[in-house]
Design a protein around this ligand. Structure first.
Ligand code: IVH
Length: 649
């Protein structure tokens, strides 16, 4: 239901814009639950504390059926057979970040993280950006004030997509969806939260002392939440007795878990009758007795470490990884695990031949916890691991770098490095050469047709058809795609070169500032540092890359092949033909002159005063009377980002 919109996106956009306009005109009509309030809040400089209405407690754990039985026995001793008669409600234990949403008369007014359980951090603007968090509850009969508790999580699908994008942008990846969700919630800028694929499931309601809910069981409570439009996790079950609970837990662990698009770290079993909850009390002020977490066997398995191998990254990093006897963990076959760096291998004293414990962190990237000491042959222990001294690909002597435990291949011409560099060069955020996959690049390198990026531009279809699995059509298409990439803007090319520390965003800023490849190549560290947000490491990395004779040669060869070495500074076109535009206030990145030039080069005219003839006003910070005037006249007001969108079409 929640994922099935009842109107088309276009209709939604139209209504949304109409609403924006009305709210700009009549600000007093703007309500806390208006869809326009999903973003809009300015970044804050720090998070504000929120005291929970009722503390957010934790749960004690049961690791097997036996421990669940012991839990029930204790409850029966305290509250008699009513506990058994009430039955149990079983729910998935979502592995995300716990939050509390305050609704006043059905309208979301505040949202906070769990914090220490008593005081959390107010992250209202961020929570509002999550589409599955209702800004206003459905129905009419809501408590005057209440906190709906639940879990914000990031679906695996979104998590993987986001990490891929981060890799492409040169940003560090998140280890698991839980960290990613928690990190996204604590952002100071809600726009960042909005760009992350977050979702929400509710499971509890907290009311002020003395207030009551119109339901008497946990099962009905979840139904009530759903009737209000709060998403509730699937696969919940109302169980008559523990036998039912055991069966549910086993189903979840062995059948359901693998099919979910979100992480769970167990189930939660709750005494169904709400009336019994206060009577059962709280252990140590932290863990209520009415509920218990049924944890699954951890996602850890033992297997044998067969080899420690290394590969070479595009910047020359030597990355160790473990080759394992295949083992199933959490429903997936694991044969390889990351080892991060050589310092970690040494600290854990991992030796080839050891029995090791492997876990899947956040169920995504397998990691090695360490060797099982008891299983190491005491008489004939395997030999200690010694890191390689020479590059596995080109045999050049490796060097150590600034980062602890890391080794690097310093050879710019190393085939291993070049393969990775070419893959990066062709990737989506870089030169975006369709059809130039990892497999294709390997094939081209193996056939000795390509060594570096410049060679790509010499490829002919007649050479490609000679290779295996290359039909004439795909050969032509690939050559065309490669040729088309020549006109990518300088910023893409700069990123594509794979210079250490230069991600997509930095590349864009650098290209914009310097304008041409030659200006970048001749820039000093200080010139680069003058760009807002650039640090020493980045500046030095850029300058030293361009000072290398070999990289200079590559740049010359790319120039000879006709690649675009310029960053388009303004977008020219006719997108604003005939439009009268007023600019007011300070825009975030463009100066007044730049913005005016942009409007004019796209066919628009700049005016200094707002009238009915004004097509739109571009407003920045501290916009004053012109903005007022525009609102009075009902003239559209946009920000810089929207202006850029319009001229780019
Ligand atoms: S009930 C007093 N139900 O698990 C009990 N918690 O270990 C309040 N969690 O901090 C929690 N799914 O963040 C409950 N269906 C569920 C849950 C759930 C996930 C989390 C919650 C809590 C933690 C306790």
């Amino acid at each position: 239901m929640l994922d099935r919109p009842t109107i088309s996106d276009a209709e939604y956009d139209k209504l949304y814009r109409e609403l924006l306009r009305l709210e700009e005109e009549y600000p007093t009509l703007r309500t806390a639950d208006s869809p326009t309030q999903r973003v809009g809040a300015e970044p804050s400089s720090q998070l504000v504390k929120h005291t929970h209405l009722v503390p957010m407690l934790s749960l004690s754990n049961a690791f097997n059926d036996e421990e669940l039985r012991a839990w029930e026995e204790r409850l029966v001793r305290m509250a008699g057979d009513d506990v058994r008669r009430s039955g149990y409600n079983c729910e998935l234990k979502i592995d995300g970040a716990a939050v509390s949403l305050t609704y006043r008369e059905g309208v979301l007014v505040e949202g906070a993280t769990r914090g220490n359980g008593v005081i959390g951090e107010s992250v209202t603007a961020n929570l509002r950006t999550i589409r599955s968090v209702p800004l206003r509850l459905r129905g009419s009969d809501h408590p005057f004030i209440m906190e709906i508790r639940g879990e914000v999580y990031m679906p695996f699908s979104g998590f993987e997509r986001m990490n891929e994008e981060r890799v492409a942008a040169g940003d560090p990846v998140f280890a698991n969806p839980r960290n990613a969700a928690a990190g996204a919630l604590r952002q100071l800028d809600p726009k960042i939260t909005q760009s992350r694929p977050l979702s929400f499931f509710g499971y509890a309601i907290a009311l002020p002392d003395g207030d009551d809910l119109p339901v008497s069981t946990q099962n009905e409570l979840l139904d009530l939440l759903e009737s209000w439009g709060i998403p509730v996790a699937p696969h919940r079950r109302c169980c008559v007795g523990l036998t039912d609970v055991y069966e549910w837990a086993s189903d979840v662990e062995h059948k359901i878990r693998g099919s979910l698009d979100f992480a769970i770290d167990g189930g939660v079993v709750k005494v169904n009758s709400l009336a019994l909850w206060p009577e059962l009390g709280v252990v140590g002020g932290r863990e209520p007795r009415y509920a218990i977490a049924r944890k699954f066997a951890p996602d850890i398995a033992e297997t044998t470490l067969r080899a420690i191998e290394v590969n070479v990254g595009r910047t020359g990093t030597i990355n160790p990884y473990a080759v394992l006897d295949a083992v199933e963990i959490g429903g997936a076959q694991v044969k390889l695990a990351t080892l991060h760096n050589f310092d970690l291998v040494a600290r854990k004293d991992l030796r080839v031949g050891d029995v090791v414990q492997v876990k899947r962190a956040g169920e995504v990237i397998p990691q090695i916890i360490g060797p099982v000491p008891d299983k190491r042959d005491a008489k004939h222990p395997p030999e200690r691991y010694t890191p390689p001294t020479h590059c596995p690909s080109c045999k050049t002597k490796l060097v150590t770098g600034a980062e602890l435990g890391m080794l690097y291949c310093p050879n710019f011409d190393c085939p291993g490095r070049q393969l990775e560099s070419l893959v990066h060069f062709a990737s989506r955020g870089a030169m975006d050469i369709r059809g130039l996959s990892y497999a294709r690049i390997t094939q081209l390198v193996d056939a000795d047709l390509v060594r570096d990026a410049a060679d790509l531009y010499d490829l002919k279809a007649s050479q490609l058809v000679e290779l295996e699995r290359f039909a004439e059509k795909s050969a032509w298409q690939l050559v065309e795609a490669i040729q088309a990439s020549k006109s990518q803007p300088l910023s893409k090319l700069l990123f594509a070169l794979g210079i250490a520390n230069i991600g997509e965003i930095a590349a864009k800023q650098i290209a914009k500032r310097f304008g041409t490849m030659d200006a970048i190549a001749n820039a000093s560290v200080d010139d680069v540092l003058a760009i807002h947000g650039m640090g020493d490491t980045l500046a030095e990395s850029l300058v030293s890359w361009f000072s290398d004779k070999k990289t200079r040669k590559l740049i010359e060869r790319l120039r000879e092949r006709g690649l675009n070495f310029e960053e388009p500074q303004t977008h020219t076109g006719s997108a604003l033909k005939g439009a009268t535009v007023v600019i007011t206030g300070t825009l975030p990145t463009l100066s007044r002159e730049e913005a005016s030039a942009l409007v004019e080069s796209n066919g628009g005219r700049i005016s200094s005063s707002v009238s009915k003839k004004t097509r739109f006003v571009v407003a920045g910070e501290e916009a004053g009377s012109k903005l007022e005037k525009a609102r009075q006249l009902g003239v559209e007001v946009i920000d810089e980002a929207e202006l850029l969108r319009r001229v780019r079409g």
